[in-house]
Design a protein around this ligand. Structure first.
Ligand code: NAD
Length: 490
């Protein structure tokens, strides 16, 4: 079986404990590679390497333009190796190759986008109201960044974190999910060829409670950028608070996808399908609560079922497959458990409702109607192909139901009324509102969660600010040195 080592300070190494763990192809349900099992000591060595690279290595001394040039080379290498990286992601994660092939182009574009920002980070010269002083501000890299990623979109999420961090001048230690480490390690093979000095990008593989916790607790880590469950996010936030680390937390969701009676029904049906069955529902932005206005409910559900029944389930490495497996065994059990919860709560099963015979980790696309927003199936994140349909009367009730959740990541609105588009966009408590579309994404616009869906943002111009700190410098070139016992404020 193929074996993957991890990257620390420019060296490919096994874990200091000498252990390995297996990684599985969720389509075949067979292990296909082993991964070095990192320890807390390995995490510590990687942080020391990243710290040295920042403070005394060439990266910290390099011009911002030179850093941007290395990033552009890295972006080109990602595009060049896109197909094999996409295939690895599909093998390790079960993501559709049809989506991954596009995603790898996108991943390269993200790096290019942030590479262009590297030499456009500017300080300022604030006007000082007293003569004899000159003040300027510097924007400096925040320091060593720990980038901790989940299993559902390993490469995309790692790149979304490290690109603004590197452009800001930081160094990074990536910890991918123990379920899907392979694509991040293959991406790391391109680091040296791109020209990154040793220690600038490190990857430590292993388990959350060992490597993840050690990174989060390490005093030389200045910022933790975490994507994962609210459970993991809470642990990271608490640990980071001990020594006042900065955090970005991208967490879960229970997003409402709202269909009004003036929507273009065929479009809204496609939006509902892409909201829940794309990536087998294993996306944080899944539109897992489908709110349908009662006046069109029955006709809409009929069309939705007709389209959902045509979904091609099967091998994710085939270009025409539309629904693949669930990525991990615990997640598979969790999704089936939630289907039972919905049945026991009295939701009406319209489609699916159990394991699918395409393979060991396949769940049938499942649709429940008659869901009440207070039910667990409407409140808790399933992270699988399970849709809950909830009826509403009018705009006010749609807003009330949409916001009646601890989460606030994404949302969809289907309507032709311009007034309603703006009203809903203002009223929904979520970091993203899609109108007459779902799952549209771009690295140029900020992405982040309200409420329990997270803290901070990724993507867009503001993302780079989260990896910088401000320094204010005062130069006295002629003012009297004042009375040392009294602070002069005017
Ligand atoms: P998870 O929280 O179990 O794990 C995420 C990562 O954190 C893994 O690398 C894990 O090893 C690590 N980890 C676990 N415990 C840790 C600890 N105590 N300290 C430090 N690191 C720790 O999440 P998951 O099951 O891998 O991912 C699924 C979740 O991710 C879902 O809830 C989903 O909604 C969320 N997600 C959010 C976004 C977003 O952008 N908001 C995107 C994708 C996924």
């Amino acid at each position: 079986m193929q074996h993957y080592q991890m990257l620390i300070d420019g060296q490919w190494v096994d874990g200091s404990g000498g252990d390995r763990f297996e990684t599985m192809n969720p389509f075949t349900a067979k292990s296909w590679a082993t991964i070095a099992k990192g320890t807390a000591d390995d995490a510590g060595r990687a942080v020391e390497a990243a710290h040295k690279a920042l403070k005394t290595g060439p990266w910290g001394k390099m011009s911002a333009s030179a850093r941007g040039a290395i990033m552009r080379k890295f972006a080109d290498l990602l595009a060049e190796h896109g197909q094999s990286l996409a295939e690895t992601e599909t093998r390790d994660n079960g993501k559709l190759i049809a989506e991954m092939s596009l995603q790898l182009r996108y991943v390269s574009q993200i790096v290019h986008y942030f590479a262009g920002m590297a030499d456009k980070i500017e300080g300022s010269v604030p006007p000082i109201e007293r003569p004899g002083y000159f003040n300027y501000t510097r924007r400096e890299p925040i320091g060593v960044v720990a980038a901790i990623t989940p299993w559902n979109s390993p490469l995309l999420l790692a790149i979304s974190k490290i690109s603004p961090a590197l452009a800001a001048g930081c160094t990074v230690v990536i910890k991918p999910s123990e379920f899907t480490s392979a694509s991040t390690l293959e991406m790391a093979r391109l680091v040296k060829e791109a020209g990154f000095p040793d220690g600038v990008i490190n990857v430590v593989t292993g388990f959350g409670q060992d490597v993840g916790a050690a990174l989060t607790a390490h005093p030389k880590v200045a910022k933790v950028s975490f994507t994962g469950s609210d459970y993991g996010g809470r642990a990271v936030y608490q640990a980071a608070a001990r020594d006042f680390k900065s955090v970005t937390l991208e967490l879960g969701g229970k997003s409402p996808n709202i269909v009004f009676d003036d929507a273009v029904i065929e479009d809204a049906v496609k939006g509902a399908i892409s909201g829940i069955f794309a990536a087998s529902g294993q996306t944080c932005i899944a539109g897992s609560r489908l709110l349908v206005q009662e006046s069109i409910h029955d006709q809409f559900v009929e069309k939705l079922l007709a389209m959902a029944r045509t979904a091609r389930i099967g091998d994710p490495s085939k270009m025409d497959t539309e629904v693949g497996p669930v990525t991990t065994p615990p997640q598979y059990q969790k999704v089936l458990g939630y289907i039972d919860v919905a049945k026991n709560e009295g939701a009406e099963l319209l489609l699916g409702g159990g394991p699918s015979d395409f393979g060991e980790y396949f769940v049938q696309p499942t649709i429940f109607s008659g869901v009440n927003n207070k039910m667990r199936i409407a409140q808790e994140e399933v992270f699988g192909p399970v849709l809950s349909i909830i009826k509403f009367k009018d705009e006010a009730e749609a807003i009330e139901i949409a916001n009646d959740t601890i989460y606030g990541l994404a949302s969809g609105v289907w309507t032709q009324s311009i007034k309603r588009m703006f009203t809903m966009a203002n009223a929904i408590e979520a970091g993203t509102v899609w109108v007459n579309t779902y799952r549209a994404a771009s690295y140029t616009t900020p992405f982040g969660g309200y409420k329990h869906s997270g803290i901070g943002i990724e993507n867009g111009l503001p993302a780079i600010q989260t990896f910088l700190k401000s320094k204010s410098v005062w130069i006295n070139f002629g003012a009297d040195v004042p009375n040392p016992f009294v602070m002069r404020l005017s």
